[in-house]
Design a protein around this ligand. Structure first.
Ligand code: KG4
Ligand code: ZN
Length: 337
């Protein structure tokens, strides 16, 4: 029999964060992360084999910590939810195998979670009264989209990036500016010291609709920096970071609010690593306030990869009775559907 407020353990290992969290219904009881980002930074990006090994070393401990700080014995768990994709295959398999072992040993259901749906679900923990329908702005390292969430398990993609994702663009621009991995937070920090004075193009601004494109903006940044260097002219890294940030993010906030207006909903939510950006949070708030919409954004640590969001999506799947067989495999790519 399904419980109203089940205790669910979430496990996430799709990239360089090994994470575990426990929820009871929509109440977050614990939330633990062991990250290999500082090791990956030495290589300028995530090295899959290093990530897999780091997950293998960390998964036992991070789950033990999550159970401990939640004050929950493993026998009290009602289900285990785990990311099965999208992500690095070797990395995903560590969390997935661990979750299968727990599920089998404890005789509790296994729930396979699509990482992107996890990012969308993080807002349910932020506001425990939140109910669809609403518009979600998704902006992560691999996806950028405006999504109409019709119910807890049904959504419609109104528009998405045609090339790079927002986070990917931040990471590439960071590299152009010789900033370390992961680029987003470093670009944001530098942007605070600059002004939006470089006239970079805003992506697809004139085209309407909800699709995004970051390749033109990225090329404009590369061209600007190369031209300045070739001519030996002075230029400000901080101004480039700030101008790029404005060009990349203004349109996201604009389109999210436009989506809410078009669909006739009065709530906007957001998820994904780029939503941790302070400037984006600020303009989303301004635009939503001006339009009279309610804005629900997860706290910053629940925007970047974490296991609380995996447990939250696990809860939606639990309520829908969507349990996974032990044949569930890891998937590197899952289309946004
Ligand atoms: O959602 P996420 O943690 O992982 C994926 O599922 O992709 O997103 C990671 C992305 C990276 O590209 C990172 O540079 C970006 O989110 N990011 C940021 C910020 N923090 C993380 N981008 C802009 N500003 C930030 N503060
Ligand atoms: Zn993610």
């Amino acid at each position: 029999m399904l419980k109203e407020n089940p205790v669910i353990l979430g496990i996430e290992s799709s990239c360089d964060e090994t994470a575990a969290a426990v929820i009871r219904g929509r109440q977050l009881l614990s939330d633990e992360i062991i990250s290999s980002a500082s090791v990956q930074a030495l290589y300028g990006g995530v090295v899959p084999e290093i990530a897999s090994r780091a997950h293998t070393d960390a998964v036992d401990e991070v789950v033990a910590r999550a159970l401990n700080s939640a004050g929950i014995r493993k026998e009290e768990l009602d289900a285990v939810a785990v990311t099965y994709g999208a992500g690095l295959l070797g990395a995903l398999l560590v969390g997935l195998s661990f979750a299968k072992g727990l599920s089998f040993g404890l005789k509790i259901p296994l729930i396979g979670v699509n990482h992107i749906r996890g990012h969308l679900a993080a807002c349910y923990l932020e506001d425990r009264t939140l109910k669809p329908p609403f518009i979600t702005l998704l902006a992560s390292g691999g996806h950028t989209a405006v999504i109409y969430v019709k119910s807890e398990t049904e959504f419609e993609v109104l528009g998405a990036t045609r090339d790079d994702a927002a986070g990917e663009a931040f990471d590439k621009v960071a590299r152009i500016l010789s900033l370390p991995y992961p680029g987003g937070p470093h670009v944001e920090r530098l942007a605070r010291e600059g002004n939006p004075v470089v006239p970079f193009p805003k992506m697809l601004k004139g085209l309407g609709g909800y699709d995004f494109s970051y390749s033109g903006l990225k090329t404009a940044v590369i061209n600007y920096v190369h031209t300045k260097e070739q001519k030996g002219e002075p230029w400000s890294k901080a101004d480039v970071a700030c101008s790029f940030q404005h060009a990349a993010l203004d349109i996201l906030a604009e389109k999210a609010v436009e989506g809410a207006r078009e669909k006739g909903v009065c709530t906007v939510t957001a998820g994904g690593g780029v939503i941790a950006n302070g400037y984006l949070r600020e303009i989303l708030e301004k635009r939503c306030n001006a339009a009279g919409f309610k804005l629900v954004i997860p706290e910053k640590r629940h925007c970047t990869d974490n296991a609380a969001m995996i447990a939250a999506e696990g809860l939606l799947q639990y309520r829908a009775g969507n349990f996974a067989p032990y044949s569930l495999n890891a998937e590197a790519c899952i289309p946004l559907r």
